[in-house]
Ligand binder design. Structure first.
Ligand code: APR
Ligand code: PHB
Length: 395
């Protein structure tokens, strides 16, 4: 058994773990990341890429913002499409100058991995049988196997950044956790294609056939989604069937303008709202998808992971540099206040824009009335805009 020691052991090399590692490193706090998969696998996961200003600031603070500023697309508005027409919500105008940056999670992960490698920080990919020990004591540790050898990593703190299916949350005694969950009765079928986006900004569409979203990764690469049945299998959806369905849900002018091409990725994702409370158990801290999941409407998943990491990096910096436990004590509460507001927004935006199986004619009318109200009331637009660009981290 090989023994190692660090200050913070981070489980998971997704955006949460990598960003935390980088922020800690810049503050002089030693950390090791244990990741079950290999680097290429982590980089091949396709996920949303809408960054709130807070996430952009954090990437800058981590020293990895250069390419994002060069290649990211700054969007000052989003569009809502319903009743056969598009309506713009001006984020800039409604929030006093805030916007979002479109930059794929794959690219962000690549930048964070590059910075970690350049600083020669320790990341153990293909770490198997990761197990957490003694996190209710002052001397926690993490055991794992790597290349067939057993290792133990002793540390002061464990950061559980290992996603929804990770080992960290699962290591907490069930009685210590309160779990809140809602699974939606539909999925999102997503297609990535090497085609120019149909519009300059994202279009969220409410249609009797179901929700649709026109998004993008760059000026030459598009990402589109249509709401689908949970029974659907991705193999049943040819590219042509996907494009036909998307066109059928868009307004006529947008459908006409859509440029289609072969899909380079196609997948179905379920939609879930999930929160596990609290987010700290002694010396173990959960961050990102390990603690909470939002449905993707509103693109909050990555941004919530980033705000958790903001609080967690500050808690560790307070502890090591200021000799204060305040950040550690308040971590869970500070995160959860923001998490629940993002959960609420994501649930609300999902409820407003999707077709629910079995919904009656009155539900569609109520959705239409709310959408109409939204795009014609300054107050309502401001509510959407301030949530879309992200609520502040510090109040
Ligand atoms: N041991 C080690 N690593 C693990 C284990 C384990 N037992 N279980 C999971 N992991 C790794 C996964 O392989 C993955 O690389 O933890 C990582 C978790 O990364 P994400 O799932 O991306 O979660 P997070 O970093 O919280 O990202 C949050 O980004 O990926 C999106 O949908 C996600 O938008 C959300 C945000
Ligand atoms: C995406 O581009 O994948 C995306 C964008 C916005 C969302 C969800 C997903 O709300």
């Amino acid at each position: 058994m090989a023994e190692h020691r660090t200050q913070v052991a981070i489980i998971g090399a997704g955006p949460a773990g990598l960003l935390l590692g980088q922020l800690l490193h810049r503050a002089g706090i030693a950390n090791v990341i244990l990741e079950r998969q290999d680097g290429a696998y982590v980089l091949n996961r396709i996920r949303a890429g809408v960054l709130e200003p807070i996430t952009v600031d954090l990437l800058d603070a981590a020293g990895v913002g250069q390419r994002m500023h060069r290649e990211g697309l700054v969007h000052t508005g989003i569009e809502l499409c319903f009743g056969g027409a598009r309506h713009r919500i001006d984020l800039h105008q409604s929030t006093g100058g805030k916007d979002v940056t479109i930059y794929g999670q794959t690219e962000l992960t690549r930048d964070l991995m590059g910075a970690r490698a350049a600083a020669s920080l320790s990341t153990i990919y293909q770490a198997h049988d990761v197990a957490l020990h003694d996190f209710d004591s002052a001397t926690p540790s993490v055991s794992y196997t790597h290349d067939g050898q057993q290792h133990v990593l002793r540390c002061d703190f464990i950061a559980g950044c290992d996603g929804f299916h990770g080992v960290s949350r699962a290591s907490v005694p069930q009685a210590a956790l309160s779990v809140y969950e809602k699974v939606y009765p539909f999925g999102w079928l997503g297609v990535l294609s090497e085609t120019p986006p149909v519009a300059h900004e994202l279009i969220y569409t409410n249609h009797a056939r179901g929700f649709a979203l026109c998004s993008m990764r760059s000026n030459t690469r598009s990402r589109y989604y249509v709401q689908c049945s949970l029974q659907d299998k991705v193999e049943q959806w040819s590219d042509d069937a996907f494009w036909d369905e998307l066109r059928a849900r868009l307004d006529p002018a947008t459908a006409e303008a859509l440029i289609t091409g072969p899909s380079i990725e196609k997948s179905i994702a379920p939609l879930r709202s999930f929160v596990a409370e609290p987010m700290r158990f002694g010396q173990l801290f959960l961050a990102g998808d390990a603690a909470h999941i939002v449905p993707p409407t509103g693109a909050k998943g990555l941004n919530l992971a980033a705000s958790d990491v903001h609080y967690l990096s500050r808690a560790f910096i307070d502890y090591y540099l200021e000799k204060s436990n305040a950040g550690i004590r308040h971590y869970s509460e500070a995160c959860l206040r923001r998490v629940w507001k993002a959960e609420r927004f994501s649930w609300w935006f999902t409820s407003l824009t999707h077709h629910f199986p079995g919904q009656g004619a009155i539900d569609a009318k109520l959705q239409a009335a709310e959408l109409d109200y939204l795009v014609h009331s300054d107050a309502a637009r401001s509510v959407v805009a301030e949530n879309y660009v992200g609520l502040p981290v510090d109040d």
